[in-house]
Write a protein that binds this ligand. Structure first.
Ligand SMILES: Nc1nc2c(ncn2[C@@H]2O[C@H](COP(=O)(O)OP(=O)(O)OP(=O)(O)O)[C@@H](O)[C@H]2O)c(=O)[nH]1
Ligand SMILES: [Zn+2]
Length: 291
């Protein structure tokens, strides 16, 4: 049977937004149970009915591994050629940068450092060079959407046909940078009505095409926060702040340098802990029943 190759632009529960050459993006289902679940960035084969019948081999995989998670983690994006890790000036958080860089590195995705808001820091250029050396990334740049500094350097990193993902905490300026790169050809955030059990869900597109022909994976679906199995976005604040904790396995109890305790009230952290315990016990039960 002849399959049509398409690329996954965004993923939802049991539905994928895919684009095939010369066709409008469309929402499709999968044909039966596939050996791997298609994710944003996947190349897939569509059958005659328009369903996903096959997922092509992947490279450049970005996986989110939640601490203590038994399974392989959650695949966030695939076929990624470059990760731009963003952190804002004047006070870039080196530890957070390391974690995002490690996330990309473990999927064999090269990393470039982008320090944003350089208009707020006279030494942005130097800080970028220094941090770039420390982190061992392929390139580093200080950018400002206000002054335009560094924007052309970023553009130069985005090769036509290559896929780049932006990784960075909330507020580091990812959306603003994407809008600047999209320029005139800013895509309207696609509002697609997906028929999920009679309800209409508003979804947004995640894989964008830039004017020069480079692909950019926008991060709502990749926002490191809020991706815990079963947790949805409920504790996005905790997950994101945790990236700034001194220890990567911080339990947010008595550890020094805990960014979560510094920012959130104890009740919130307690609620998060309860959920973690629940999730852990679900994992336990699953493992037992498998045995
Ligand atoms: N001074 C200055 N502010 C900037 C710059 N880029 C972004 N900002 C501001 O930083 C704030 C956060 O920017 P966003 O683009 O929303 O950040 P984000 O990373 O997309 O955040 P999320 O959408 O929460 O993931 C906004 O108020 C921007 O106006 C810059 O180059 N200079
Ligand atoms: Zn902590």
């Amino acid at each position: 049977m002849k399959l049509t190759t398409a690329r996954v632009l965004a993923q939802y529960r049991g539905l994928w937004l895919v684009a095939a050459p010369d066709r409008e993006p469309e929402l499709v289902t999968a044909r039966g149970k596939l050996p791997v679940t298609p994710v944003t960035g996947d190349f897939v084969g569509l059958d005659e009915a328009g369903s996903i019948a096959e997922v092509m081999p992947r490279h450049g995989v970005i996986v989110r591994r939640a601490p203590g998670e038994a399974a392989d983690g959650q695949v966030l994006a695939v076929n990624v050629d470059l990760a731009l890790v963003t952190e804002p000036l004047p006070d870039p958080n080196e530890r957070r940068l390391e974690r995002f860089a490690a996330l990309a590195g473990s999927g064999d995705v090269p990393v470039a450092l982008v320090l944003t808001k350089s208009d707020l820091d006279e030494d942005g250029y130097m800080k970028a060079a220094q941090l770039g050396r420390t982190l061992g990334v392929i390139d580093s740049v200080a950018v400002s959407v206000r002054t335009g500094e560094g924007i052309d350097v970023v553009r130069g990193l985005l090769d036509p046909g290559a896929t780049t993902v932006l990784l960075g905490a909330s507020g580091t300026g990812k959306s603003t940078l994407i809008n600047t790169l999209l320029g005139e050809e800013r895509q309207k955030t696609g509002e697609i009505r997906a028929d999920g059990r009679g309800r209409h869900t508003t979804v947004t597109r995640e894989l964008l095409t830039l004017p020069g022909g480079a692909f950019l994976i926008d991060t709502p679906g990749i926002r490191i926060a809020g991706l815990w199995d079963g947790a949805g976005d409920t504790f996005a604040d905790v997950e994101e702040l945790a990236l700034g904790c001194r220890f990567s396995d911080c339990g947010h109890t008595t550890e020094p340098g805990c960014a979560v305790r510094a920012a959130l009230p104890p009740e919130r952290i307690e609620a998060w802990r309860k959920l973690q315990e629940e999730l852990a016990s679900i994992d336990d039960r699953r493992a037992k029943s498998r045995r």
